[in-house]
Design a protein around this ligand. Sequence first.
Ligand code: MG
Length: 350
Amino acid sequence: MNRPLLLATVLCTLATSLPAQDSRRWRAHDTERPKPRVVTPGATVGQPPSDAIVLFNGTSLDAWTGDDGKPARWTVRDGYMETAPGAGPVMTKRGFGDVQLHVEWATPTRVQGNGQGRGNSGVIIMGRYEVQVLDSYGNQTYADGQAASLYGQYPPLVNASRGPGEWQAYDIIFRRPRFAKNGKMTTPARVTVLHNGVLVQDAETLWGPTQWLQHGTWAAHADSLPLVLQDHDNPVRYRNIWLRPLGDIVRPASLASAEPAMQVPASVLRGYVGKYSTGGNEVATVHLKGNRLVLLMPGDPRDRELGLVPITRERFNLMNTFGTVTFSKEGGKQKIRLQFAEIDRTGERP
Ligand code: MG
């Protein structure tokens, strides 16, 4: 691999793995908090965004193989791929773990068969966890086996199926299971599915890998495994398949509050109490609540009380918000400066 390409690959990998969140605790509106990276969305909803890995754009099966490792034998024509008799499933050459996945599919226009035998295929994530594909438009089958079910476990919340031959879309958010070093499952897989834009699986927790006629049990597997499209002996078409690998879920444990750096004598605090004109008719009010200074923002119709926590005798952090309030005396007048949440205003007490 040449160096620019290697660098691009490394940067791309970093970009997809770096979390926009981190586990530090933050006060509200902290300007130091990491900003989410920029992703350019697709031209229309359903089109791949700039950071997507396109698995099938309608022209080639380059990203796919058969499950025997040989070239995929599904038919590609007119912008779609279709299961071929006896061809078996197709699987991606690359493995994936946590993903946002977009898949479009269509069952045959000419309806044949019924129940599980009518337009059956499946989006099998990590080769283990199936989101069922089936013609479920007026087709009776068991609930946990109809289109958009997490097969054998969760029926969809509603049946949002389009008719035979019509293109349908799945948008899937999949969180892979986590396993301890000893192979014990520590976090089960979780799946959210929108079927044609309708929520059908709401962050459901899987009970194990997909099985037929029995319950699957968790068994440790790799963090990245190929995506599989099922061949269930029914002709089913797929197009516009892309995914975005997702970073680990990292969330701050809680929001932070500022801690006082020192004690300020009550007499000094009392000296800051009063109303400060900040321009126009607006007034910032400072009062004492117990032994804490409290600020009422100028022009705040809700009169939110913002606690102030001393950094020095003159300078205070806002308790829950990133920013400071500074008191000073100039020309015999008591002044205030408010600096937080894109606000930088000064006021003075008459
Ligand atoms: Mg299936």
